[in-house]
Structure formats: C-alpha cells, structure tokens
Design a binder for this molecule. Structure first.
Ligand code: AMP
Length: 632
C-alpha cells in the first residue's frame, strides 16, 4: 500500500526521511479514503478479527477488507441518517469488538467520534456525554457479566442531547449452547421514552454499503474527541484531526507493518494507542488486527492464553504496557511464538528488569515508545535497527520534533535546555492536537514562541537525540517548596526483587505541605515487609528529602484502563488516612470520603460521628492544603 517504506536507525536517518516532504508520503486525504485504497489493494485479506472468549480454539469473527469497507460505509451512512453532520458527535461506550471498529471509523467519517471508557463511573460518562454534546451513543445491549448497558442507560438519562442509542448485541460472538442461554440470562433493561433505541447491526444492514451518501470533508477536520486517561484528575476532552490519525498509521507503515503483518490489540479502542498506531497502521497497510476478548489484557484468561493466541493468529507485532508485560512474564511462554517480530511497550516507565526478563523469555527486545492523547499518540520510540537504549523512549518519530524547554506557567519560554539537561518535554508535529474542547484548559498549553506543545512530562535529550523521560511536571511532590520527582522513589523501589510496581505521591502535611509517600504492589508469590521496603528505600532513593515518610503494600495498585498506576486514587487514599489521623488526634471521629471537583481538585468530605462542629474540624484540617467540606 505504502510504496515509500523507509527505516531509520539514527537521528541523521530520521532527518533524511524528513527531506522528502510529508505531503509526498501521505497515504490518503481522509481515513475513509485510506480504508478504500487498502480494501482495493487487499480485498480478501483479513482486516479485523475478534474473539469474545480467550481460548486459542474459541469462536472468532474475521472481516476481510472488502467487508470492513462495506460495513464502515453503512455505519457512516447510518450516522448521517440519524442526524450526525460533520460537526456533530457520535459517542461510543463499548469494550472491544468488531462493531467498536465500525463505530470508530464510521464516526470519524460521518462526524466527530467520542469514545468513552466503560470503566468510568456513570457521573463521569454523563459528564463527557454532556461536554461533547453527543447526539448518538453506540453501546452494548444488556448482556450477562457486564454492566456497560446499565451504565449507558443511567448516563443517557443525565445527558439530554442524546437522541438515539444504538445497541450492539454480543450474543452472536458466542457459540452454542451458551448463545442459546443469553436471552434467559440477560438482565432486563428498558430505556426511557426520551431516546430512540435501535439494534446497531440491524440498522446498519438497512443502509447502502456501496458508497457514502454524502460528500466527505477534508483531512484537517477535527473528527474525534478522546478523553484523557484521567491519571491527573477529571478527564479532559482532546480534539483529534483526521490527519493526526492518518499520521499515526503512516509512521508504523513506513518501517514496521505491511499487509502480511498481524497486530494483536489487547488495548482498549477508547485509548489512542489501540485506536491509532494499531488500527490506523492496519488501515494504512492492510495488516490484520486481532482483538482478544472485549476487555483485552484485562479479559478472563487472556494473560494465561496470550502466547497460545499469538500462535493461533501468527501475531507479528504486539503492543504492551508495563503492567501487562509484567503479568505476561509471570507465565511460561509455552507456545510457538516465532511469528513475533516486534513488541512495543509504552504508556508508563518500563522497569529495566522487565525488559531483560522479556528478552530472555521471548527472544525479543522490547521497543519502548512514548505517546500521549494530546499528540494523537506517537511521539518517539526506539529505532528498529538502531541502538535500543534501555530506559530511553527513543528517537522522535519522523516529522515530529522534540525540544526540552523551561517555560513560565503561561507558556512563555524562559530558555531551551542543553543536551542532557532536564526540562519539560515539548513537541511539534503533524499529529499534535489543536487543544481541548474546554477552552479554559488550553491556557499555557503551548510554549511560545514556536508553538511547541507542553507535555507536562520532564525529560532530557542525549547527544544521540534519544529522549529520556525523567518524571512528570504534573506529578511533582512539593515538600516545603522543594520539588521531588516521584520517579526517583518509584524507580528505586522497582529495583527490589519483590516489587512489581510502585506509585509515589505527596501526602498532605501540616508542616511541609506535602511529604513523599509510596504504595507498592508485590510480584506474584513474593513477600516483603514494610520495614524491609523502607530500609531498601532509605538505601536506594538518591535524595534524602525523597525518602518516603510512609509506605504501604497493597494487593493491587489502582490502575487506569490501559494499566497505568492511577495516582488520584492513591492521593484520595492518603488524604483519607492523614485527615482521619489528624482528626482522631484531636478526639474527633469522622467518616471521610474524597471526591473530585472539576475546579477544586480533590476535596475531602467529612461526616463527624459525634457532635463535632465545623469550627473544631476546621481547626484541625485548616492546616492542610487539600480542601475539605462538611458532608451532607
Ligand atoms: P495518555 O494520554 O493516557 O496516553 O498518557 C500520556 C502520558 O503517559 C505521557 O504524558 C507520559 O506521562 C506517560 N507515558 C507515555 N509513555 C511513556 C513511557 N514510555 N514512559 C514513561 N511515561 C510514559
């Protein structure tokens, strides 16, 4: 499909690729046009496959490129019939399945698609639906063992702009006898009268699959709203242009993927990593995308069967996040995985030990990469043929520039950092997003002059042009005005053999504002006491002020849907503990809950059990920075 393949191993080779103007490499003007080109080039090759259960022999459905193009055309026509114009929003609240791909590609073609994580709670889902102004929602029909339909039902009641709900019934993915039982097992659910409810597949089969019923807009158009993972608080809605999506397919198409490749996608399609570099790489090249179970890596049996699934589908390209890599390494590789060529890992720091263990078990060197929602995903990865520097996120991808800048809060550049000097990672390139839907969130987002986007990540660039992430500006622990990078603590603890993951945050402190505090998840079967881990931290954390004041071992650290440690949940836990202890110290017994407020951040809600009044509680909690209020 792409006839301009070009690999890069060094910064000079990346720059040589850029000597050819991007316009000459562009695979197509729109995502839909790219899909039609691929369907014409590889009509009967497999495009997407989905299996609802994780067994290597379980039932699966595969659509070839001709069928996929037909279904996407129908889906886009259906959305248009339902009133979705170029500037209107169609949301989907779906786990992975073939219809999710249709909703994504059809939504991008007809209007603006807004994928929503089904693991969010109803209030968050409703707030995203209201903020995006979605008029159509694609979601699951009521199905056993999942509450997606129930959540959609409750959220739609709080989002009056939603006019139509399209339901996807997963029943047809099951084999008998289970499929026969579904009607009996299905929880009963009826939508209110205010929305029209249609069966997604029946409705799209009534549409024309031969051609779009409308004229497409251009590739510069904003065609998706992706909410951020919420690792730093309430989800924000990022806008994506079609060009950014196509670019994320073009980059893997330049050097990694061809039509004979098989990409496994155990990551959710409401996150950029699955939706763009994986799916768009397939749309750009004709490679085959395989989705194991609706919940991907979190699906029942997926970890246990993963290597057998690689063998079943002849997977050549796998994408992971460190938590998944760690879980996979706790299982023996008992299958023929010789088809595997690349294992890409991103989204959070990859412990060095894990890199080594993975290589030993599979023979593959992990390619660590860096991406973010605001960049429509890809920013950099370790080059395929060049040096893979463990711990580095590699070279910026062609046509993307990275600068390390020191900026004022409003974005004014103070100075550009020299080689190896740490500052804020800022990026420019064809896939950098135009901003969040909420204008108030865009202040100071770009470094000026130059309009480089500020990632909020801290890092450096070495003499070979490799990018190293050293922490997150947005996650800093501020102890009495002294900035502590939580990565210092997390990396030190990750060096302990019993530690699988560590998350460090600042816990509120009356004297210093914040004190470092660490939460740890142990590797399966490993044991370690808090005292032992504290002693290890005292020895290994390179800065005295960063040694955690408190350390707790949890069965499992709270994680986002793509497997990153979810720090707001740790902060909530720390506030409850610290506020509870401070109140108990003053003889006040209280129930504390921490809620997330859009403007004030985390707020503690205090419900005293005895007769304590607001003033006496204020005397105690007023010494801390996180806000609080009386419950009720
Ligand atoms: P998201 O938008 O949910 O994909 O989150 C993007 C953020 O994930 C980035 O701003 C980084 O903080 C973090 N991130 C992504 N890739 C890596 C990586 N390889 N190492 C460390 N942090 C990463």
């Amino acid at each position: 499909m792409i006839d301009n393949r070009a690999a890069w191993s060094t910064l000079a080779e990346k720059q040589a690729i850029e000597a050819v103007p991007l316009a000459e490499r562009w695979p197509a003007e729109t995502v839909y046009a790219m899909l039609l080109k691929t369907a014409a080039a590889h009509p009967s090759r497999p495009a997407i496959s989905f299996q609802i259960k994780s067994g290597p022999k379980d039932k699966a459905e595969t659509l070839d490129w001709t069928t996929l193009a037909d279904r996407v055309t129908r889906t886009a026509n259906l959305f248009r019939r339902l009133g979705i114009g170029e500037g209107d929003v169609v949301a989907y609240l779906l786990p992975n399945c073939n219809e999710t791909v249709l909703a994504l590609l059809g939504g991008v073609t007809a209007g603006i698609v807004n994928p929503i994580n089904p693991l969010l709670d109803v209030t968050q889902i409703a707030s995203i639906l209201r903020e995006s102004g979605a008029r159509v929602l694609v979601t699951l029909a009521s199905f056993p063992k999942t509450d997606v339909a129930q959540k959609a039902h409750a959220a739609v009641a709080l989002a009056p702009a939603v006019e139509t709900v399209l339901e996807v019934d997963l029943r047809r993915y099951l084999a008998p006898p289970l499929s026969w039982l579904i009607p009996l097992l299905r929880p009963k659910l009826s939508h209110g009268h205010q929305v029209r409810v249609l069966d997604f597949n029946a409705a799209l089969m009534a549409e024309d699959g031969a051609a779009l019923s409308f004229e497409e807009g251009d590739g510069d158009r904003v065609a998706a709203y992706f909410h951020t993972g919420g690792t730093t608080g309430m989800p924000k809605i990022a806008q994506h242009r079609q060009r950014g999506m196509i670019y994320n397919g073009l980059i893997p198409a330049l050097s990694i993927a061809t039509e004979t490749d098989v990409l496994i996608c155990p990551l959710p399609l409401f996150h950029v990593m699955g939706a763009y570099p994986i799916l768009m790489a397939c749309v750009a090249t004709g490679a085959h995308m395989v989705m194991p179970t609706p919940a991907g890596y979190r699906g029942e049996g997926v970890m246990d069967n993963f290597w057998a699934l690689v063998e079943r589908w002849g997977v050549s390209f796998m994408v992971m996040v460190p938590t998944a890599a760690s879980a996979l390494m706790q299982r023996p590789v008992k299958a023929d995985v010789s088809s595997l060529k690349y294992a890409l890992c991103g989204s959070a720091p990859l412990p060095v030990e894990l890199f080594k263990r993975f290589e030993k078990a599979t023979g593959l060197k992990i390619l660590e990469g860096y991406g973010m929602t605001e960049a429509t995903c890809l920013i950099s990865f370790n080059p395929l043929g060049g040096e893979r520097k463990i711990g580095s996120v590699g070279l910026p991808v062609p046509y993307t520039e990275v600068k390390i800048l020191d900026c004022e809060t409003d974005g004014t550049i103070r100075r550009e950092c020299a080689t190896d000097q740490i500052g804020e990672i800022c990026i420019a390139g064809p896939a950098v997003f135009p901003g969040y839907t909420d204008e108030t969130r865009n202040q100071g987002l770009f470094a000026e002059p130059g309009h480089y986007m500020r990632t909020g990540d801290l890092g450096r660039i070495d003499a070979d042009g490799y990018v190293w992430i050293t922490g997150r500006a947005k996650d800093l622990i501020i102890r009495g005005g002294h900035n502590i990078d939580p990565a210092l603590i997390e990396e030190a603890l990750a060096g302990h053999p019993a530690v699988a993951f560590a998350g460090a945050i600042g816990q509120p402190d009356a004297h210093s504002g914040e004190l470092p505090c660490a939460y740890v998840e142990l590797a399966e079967g490993a044991t370690a006491t808090v005292e032992e881990l504290m002693a290890f931290a005292r020895d290994k954390v390179p800065e005295h002020a960063a040694i955690p004041k408190y350390l707790e071992v949890m069965d499992e650290l709270p994680k986002t849907a793509v497997g990153k440690v979810f720090k707001p949940a740790l902060r909530k836990r720390a506030i409850i503990r610290v506020y509870g202890a401070a109140l108990a110290g003053a003889g006040i017994e209280a129930e504390i809950e921490v809620i997330e407020d859009k403007t004030r951040g985390l707020v503690a809600r205090v419900a005293p059990k005895g007769g304590a009044d607001e003033a006496s509680i204020g005397n105690v909690l007023g010494r801390f920075t996180p806000p609080w209020e009386m419950a009720g």
